[in-house]
Structures are given as C-alpha cells and as structure tokens.
Design a protein around this ligand. Structure first.
Ligand SMILES: Cc1cc2nc3c(=O)[nH]c(=O)nc-3n(C[C@H](O)[C@H](O)[C@H](O)COP(=O)(O)OP(=O)(O)OC[C@H]3O[C@@H](n4cnc5c(N)ncnc54)[C@H](O)[C@@H]3O)c2cc1C
Ligand SMILES: NC(=O)c1ccc[n+]([C@@H]2O[C@H](COP(=O)([O-])OP(=O)(O)OC[C@H]3O[C@@H](n4cnc5c(N)ncnc54)[C@H](OP(=O)(O)O)[C@@H]3O)[C@@H](O)[C@H]2O)c1
Length: 447
C-alpha cells in the first residue's frame, strides 16, 4: 500500500480487518495527507483557513461518524484529527510504516511487484494498492503566459499558498487565476488585505453555496433512481432562485449546464464581488514587468499572481510505460482496476461530486473481496467495454478539461458499485472462489 492519506487509511483498515498480510508505506510522519497543514511530506495543499467544502456527513467514513461537536464544514485541523482517530479506533497504526516513501514499484514477470523504498530496501509483493493522492503535483499554466519570465512581482501556484504570511497580499494588487475551489478561497482571502483583487477565468462556473434553505447543499437527496437530467433541472432552478445568474455578479456565463463541471463551492466569493472587493476578469493574456494584461485587452498593475490552475495526476514511483496518466487520464474499471495489470489497485483516484473518503472505503472493501476470491472481474472484453462506455459518458457530459478525467457522481457511483459487486460475487461463486493472485498475499523479504 502506498500512502496513508484518507484513501490509504481506508484501505489499510479494510486489509487489517480482513486479515491480509500487507505493508503500508507513508512518506510522512503521520496519516492524513492533504489534510495535514504543513505536512512534513511537503505535499499538502492545505492553507491555514482551509475548511472542507463537502459537508461532514458526506465526508465521514461509513461506521465512523465525526464527533457531534464538529460543525457542518470543519476546519482542516478537525479533519486531520478525525483521520488520526479513525486509525486509533480501528487499531492499525502499527501496520503503517511512517517516514518511508516508495521510490519505485516495478512489475515482475508473473504479476508481482518489486518495491524499492527510500531506505534503500527492496521487497517483493503480490499486489500493489496505490493511494498516493492526486492533489499535490501543481499544474501551472502550460505553456507559461508570455511575459511570465520577466514579471517583477510574485507568481505562485495555489499549492504553495499557506495563508500564514499576512504581507503576501497586504496592500498589494493581486490577480487570482481559475474558477475552481482554490481560486474562490484564495481570492476571498486576498480581498481582505489587498489593495485590489482580480479573479481571472478562462471560463465561467456555477458558484454554489454551502447551504441551501439552511441545509448543506450536498445533503439534498440525489437518488440515482431519479434521472440525472431531472436532478440537474431541479438543482439548477433552486440555484437560480437562491443565487441568480453569474453574469449578475460580473462573472462569465458558464458555458456548460449545472453539474457538467466539478462543483465550485463558495459562500463568500459572490458577496466579495458584490462589495466591489473582487473584480472578475477574463483569462490572462500576458504579463508585462509590472502588469497583467487580460484577454479583453484590459490591463492592471499587479504585485502577485496566484495560479489556481489545478493538479497533475502523477505516480513518481511507476515508470511511465508501466502506468501513467497523461493529461490526468488513466482509464480504470470503475476507477479501481487497471485493464492490463491485474495486481494493482487504485484507491481514491476519482473526483466525486461529493467527498472521496466513503468512496475510498467502499473501493477498499471491493478490492478485499476480490483478493479473497469473493468478487470476480468481468471478462477482459466486457471490462474494456465498461471502461470505454463510462469514459464516453463522462467526456460527453463534462467540460473538456484536464480537471475532468475521473469524475463520478457520489450516489450513482456507490449504487453502481453495489450492483457490480453483486454481479461479481455471482461470477466468483461460479468460478468456485478462485483467487486472482497467489493465496499467500503477503510480503516476502528480501526480494
Ligand atoms: C485544497 C484542497 C481541498 C480539498 N477539499 C476537499 C473536500 O472538502 N472534500 C473532499 O472530499 N476532497 C477534498 N479535496 C480532495 C483531496 O484529494 C481529498 O480530500 C483527500 O486528501 C484525498 O486523500 P488521498 O489519501 O487520496 O490523498 P492525499 O491526502 O494526498 O494523501 C496521499 C498520501 O500518500 C502519501 N504518499 C504519496 N506518495 C507516496 C510514496 N511514493 N510513498 C509513500 N507515501 C506516499 C503522502 O505522503 C500522503 O500522505 C481537497 C483537495 C485540495 C487540494
Ligand atoms: N475544501 C475546499 O474548500 C477546497 C479548496 C480548494 C480546492 N479544493 C479541491 O481541490 C481540488 C483542486 O481544486 P483547484 O481549484 O485547485 O483546481 P481545479 O478544480 O482543477 O481548477 C483549476 C481551475 O484553473 C483553470 N485553469 C487550468 N489551467 C488553466 C490555464 N492554463 N489558464 C487559465 N485557467 C486555467 C481551470 O479552468 P478549466 O475548467 O477551463 O480547465 C479551473 O477553473 C478540487 O477537488 C477541489 O474541489 C477544495
């Protein structure tokens, strides 16, 4: 197992409970990954003020609720503490090897994996579970904007933003680029100290509030039994009533229907725009030594540019010809099983409309069923057909962007997985519970 963030601990808990032999390697000195502010692994994108934007009821692991004292949208310190409590509650901390990064995982003939650690040690495993996260490798604009190399001000990516330096924005002119959640939070934060804050975007987004009629918006029943088109229509109408059109705030009109992009959630940004504290702008066209020029030809003095332009999906420990995700695209069967490599499993490598954690737990249980011979995959042709159909549906629906390569609808995904697990359990019965990997499923050292 690679990683003990919120996805890796869900997988480790499952393997621990089911009695598998496994090692979980974590580069950091603690669990929680992204949710550990200033994480020793240098990979966390958390900033000082970060709160979750998926409500706690959507985010908590099945069977392990967050403490009742937590608010609906807890602070990152609450979330990191919750992950720690999860590990202690289920008693598997000693199964995690901390301060140990996997440097390389190479497939061997026969499907086993040769794993090299940063301690220099090499071990062999029957299977690899990958839970290394997908929000740590910053994607800056590619290619860089003309003039970026001679711009005299500060240019950072949102991943570098810690929110602990009051001087970064104070009395400065700040340009924030992007319409995702990082851009919303950072533009709002900048607007409280900066002389001027500009929010630049190459396309519009539906900015949705955390609450609708006093209840976290993501807790509104979104039963997969109701056709998506109907659910979309209802939500879009409710938002029109509560929020209104984006153009009314001076933001670009979204070029897509509600639900066809990863949700941009902010209670504050529209209010700061309404107060004149954030000025919407089109995309950046170029930078000069002291200014930013936008696509409409307008130009502003700028001291700081914050690129909130998303992340790359990267597996540093895998050779590119083994497994990689060019343009963030890695086709997998229901976001877990690789079509060609049957002894590698991905956990949490998906972007739900909803939180990742409960899905990571269900994915882990599914993999454990498979390893125990209680779930059998469909045949290779059916598996590929399923992957292709799912990709086609996703790409048809979502705005073409490197941020939309692994989108799932939370409730629909869970329902589909439950159905697939039942079908696979039948197949496994028919196959007499045949094991997909050698029954030992345990570490053998040294290689
Ligand atoms: C600013 C921000 C806010 C977010 N807010 C939300 C939210 O509100 N709700 C939500 O559901 N999602 C949110 N996300 C998405 C985020 O990806 C998930 O919340 C969550 O962190 C995913 O957990 P993970 O375990 O998959 O990845 P991570 O949290 O990134 O953890 C990966 C772990 O793997 C370890 N690791 C990586 N490589 C190696 C290696 N080679 N060897 C050993 N260990 C390794 C890392 O040290 C780390 O501990 C947010 C993302 C960002 C950037
Ligand atoms: N809990 C929270 O409050 C919180 C806070 C921050 C982030 N997050 C989560 O963290 C993840 C990453 O979010 P993110 O906002 O950092 O990234 P993101 O969702 O990938 O958004 C990137 C934004 O940058 C734009 N962009 C990308 N490349 C560009 C370019 N070259 N020029 C102009 N614009 C460009 C994208 O536009 P296109 O759409 O056109 O590609 C998009 O608007 C998401 O899952 C998000 O929900 C959560």
């Amino acid at each position: 197992m690679i990683g003990a963030g919120s996805s890796g601990i869900a997988a480790a808990k499952t393997l621990h409970e089911r009695g598998f032999e496994f090692d979980c390697f974590e580069a950091s000195d603690r669990v929680g990954g992204n949710w550990v502010y200033k994480n020793a692994n240098g990979m966390s994108a958390a900033y000082r003020s970060l709160h979750i934007n998926t409500s706690r009821e959507r985010m908590e692991y099945p069977g392990f609720p967050m403490p009742p004292s937590y608010p609906d949208f807890p602070h990152h310190t609450h979330i990191a503490a919750y992950f720690d409590a999860y590990v202690d509650h289920f008693g598997f901390r000693d199964r995690i090897t901390f301060c140990t990064a996997v440097e390389r995982a190479a497939p061997e003939p026969g499907g086993t994996w040769r794993v090299t650690l940063d301690t220099g040690e090499t071990r062999a495993y029957d299977a690899l579970m990958v839970a290394n996260g997908h929000h740590w490798d910053a994607r800056r604009p590619e290619p860089a904007f003309p003039g970026a190399e001679t711009f005299a001000g500060v240019q950072i990516h949102s991943h570098e933003y810690l929110g602990d330096d009051p001087d970064l924005f104070r009395d400065k002119s700040v340009v924030v680029l992007g319409m995702g959640n990082s851009a919303m939070d950072i533009a709002v934060e900048a607007s409280f100290g900066a002389a001027a804050t500009y929010l630049a975007a190459r396309r519009g987004a539906w900015v949705i509030p955390k609450y609708l009629f006093g209840k976290p918006l993501d807790q509104y029943a979104a039963s997969p039994k109701i056709p998506f088109a109907v659910r979309r229509k209802v939500m879009q109408t409710l938002l029109r009533i509560q929020v209104g059109d984006m153009e009314r705030y001076g933001l670009p009109r979204p070029d897509h229907a509600f639900g066809d992009a990863h949700p941009t959630i902010s209670d504050d940004v529209l209010s700061r725009i309404a107060h004149g504290e954030i000025a919407p702008k089109p995309n950046i066209a170029r930078l000069t030594e002291r200014t930013v020029v936008f696509a409409d030809g307008s130009e502003v003095e700028a001291d700081v540019v914050v690129y909130c332009t998303g992340y790359k999906v990267t597996f540093k420990f895998l050779d590119e010809d083994v497994i990689s995700a060019p343009d963030n695209d890695l086709p997998l069967f229901r976001r877990v099983f690789h079509p060609d490599r049957r002894s590698v499993f991905f956990v949490g490598l998906l972007q739900p409309l909803g939180a990742i954690m409960p899905l990571a737990q269900v994915q882990s249980e599914w993999v454990a069923d498979h390893l125990a011979g209680r779930y059998a995959l469909p045949g290779p042709a059916a598996l590929r057909k399923d992957i292709e159909a799912e990709r086609e549906r996703m790409f048809r629906r979502y705005v073409r962007s490197k941020r939309h390569t692994m989108q799932v609808d939370y409730d629909d995904y869970l329902a589909a997985l439950e159905k697939e697990r039942r079908a696979g359990a039948q197949r496994a019965l028919q196959a007499g519970g045949e094991l997909p990997l050698p029954p030992r499923a345990r570490a053998r050292t040294p290689a």
